[in-house]
Design a protein around this ligand. Sequence first.
Ligand SMILES: [Zn+2]
Length: 359
Amino acid sequence: MMHAQLTPLIEPSTPLLLPSPKRLPATKDLNDIIQAFLEAEEASGLGHRDIAACVRCMASSARDLLTHPMLGLEDPEGRALPSDLPPVIDAHVHLFPDRIFEALWRWFGRHGWPIRYPLHSPQVIEFLLSRGVHHLVALHYAHKPGLAAWMNQYMASLCQQEPRLTCVATVLPGEPNASLILEEAFALGLRGVKLHCHVQCFSPDAPEMHVIYETCVKHNQPLIMHAGREPKSPAYPCDPHLLCHVSRIERVLLDYPTLQLCVPHLGVDEFDGYADLLERFDHLWLDTTMVLADYFPVAPPISMLNRRPDRLLYGTDFPNIPYAWDREIRHLLAMNLPAETLHALFFQNAARFYQIPHA
Ligand SMILES: [Zn+2]
């Protein structure tokens, strides 16, 4: 079933800036607000500092976790997923409007790592689907008030063109009309909410979060929230170690027993604390993104894969990665996990969390 959808493969030697099959019909309003946003930052003298903060959480680092600059890896990439895999949902893909993506890549080039796949949104989608990934979950986040609604519209325009794409909404905690912004996004077809404590400078148990949790619960929408305290950087506008702690997530789980909550990157770096929460709360989920790719100098908590295989989602952070697109999945396959675990990790759990049709 999965392979019937394969399109001709792009040879590994093909330059990575692939031709876009079609331009997205972005609205003039959306382009205007992004342009204004970028120009305002330039004029302020801050340059792309705030955009840098958006990605800093992934690219930079804790002194003990990462070193600067991180190197790109020239590891070989596969032409497609192995033919004997169950269907694969990549539950952690990033899509942004072109100019924001480009600003992120400029920052990565200076401070993070070489972006191996500098692809715009339509090319990201084409790249992964053409290599046999069954379905993508697309994430983004807004770091300024007034930006989320437009970015959600952009995501909705992508999803309307590709049924194998689940697009997740965002909002800035504390911004006016946060509930309305999310409800409008859900009405556009977006599924779930993505938040990022580091980029958006909030604590999971902050007062402004209640309206977001309540809106998710009311509309039966899941929430994915980067609430792990790493990677942190001294250049970061907020200190993630002050904002984030596993005990704050425990409080949220206790307060909202019907909220389906996913913490990405296996909760790095409080692995033991998140493993404990995973045992105790059936509405907590974690994703594997980048942590199991053998790139960062961390000891991956492999035992989680055996203890709660029903609560872990496979994800990649594509396209903002410094290594081969299939590196993480190859490492997971090398672990010789049971077939049921692979099916849950690669497909079933994400399908349940985001209510993705199995067809
Ligand atoms: Zn990410």
